[in-house]
Ligand binder design. Structure first.
Ligand SMILES: Cc1cc2nc3c(=O)[nH]c(=O)nc-3n(C[C@H](O)[C@H](O)[C@H](O)COP(=O)(O)O)c2cc1C
Length: 148
C-alpha cells in the first residue's frame, strides 16, 4: 500500500474536491493519502513519499493562489530530490486555448528541476468535457499507483 501526498491548487474547489475524493476512496483500501490544502515546501522536503499534484489553472495559465507560495519556493530553492516520484493531475478549460492546463506544466517543470522523476502522463481534465473531475481522476490514480 502506498503513502502519497497530494499537493492541491484550487480556486473554486474542484481540484480540492477531487483530492478529497481520492483520499476517501483510496484510503478505504489502505493507501495512506495526505491532502495538503495549503502546502509548504517542508511538506515535501521532510519525507520521501511520492507526490501527486492536483491543481487547477487560473489567470492565464497560472498556479492557484493557495499553491503559489509552494511553487515559488520550489522553483527558487530547487531542493534536490533525485528520483522522487511525482505525478500531475491538472484541471483546466480548453476554451482558454494556449494556456489550457498551464498550471500543470509549471509544476511539472519545477519538479523536474529538482531531479524528481515523473510517473505516468499528466492527466488533463477539461471543464468543457466534464463537471465531475473526481470521476476521471480515480481510475487514472489507480494506474498511477500501480506504476510507483
Ligand atoms: C479566472 C479564471 C481563469 C482561468 N484560467 C484558465 C487558464 O488559463 N487555463 C485553463 O486551462 N483553465 C483556466 N480556467 C479554468 C479552470 O482551471 C477550471 O474551471 C477548473 O476546473 C477550476 O478548478 P477549481 O474549481 O479547482 O479552481 C480559469 C478559470 C477562471 C475562473
Amino acid at each position: 500500500m502506498a503513502s502519497i501526498r497530494i499537493l492541491v491548487g484550487s480556486v473554486y474547489g474542484g481540484a480540492l474536491l477531487t483530492a478529497r475524493a481520492l483520499k476517501k476512496n483510496l484510503g478505504q483500501e489502505g493507501h495512506q493519502i495526505i491532502v495538503l490544502e495549503n502546502p509548504e515546501l517542508e511538506d515535501v522536503t521532510g519525507n520521501d513519499d511520492p507526490i501527486l499534484v492536483c491543481t487547477s489553472t487560473t489567470g492565464q495559465g497560472e498556479v492557484p493562489p493557495n499553491l503559489l507560495p509552494f511553487y515559488v519556493r520550489l522553483r527558487d530553492e530547487l531542493p534536490q530530490q533525485p528520483g522522487r516520484p511525482f505525478g500531475v493531475i491538472v484541471l483546466g478549460d480548453s476554451s482558454y486555448g494556449d494556456t489550457f492546463c498551464g498550471a500543470g506544466e509549471l509544476m511539472e517543470e519545477a519538479f523536474y528541476e529538482t531531479s524528481a522523476q515523473k510517473v505516468g502522463d499528466t492527466l488533463r481534465i477539461d471543464a468543457l468535457e466534464t463537471t465531475d473531475p473526481e470521476i476521471e481522476a480515480e481510475p487514472w490514480v489507480r494506474q498511477w499507483l500501480d506504476q510507483l
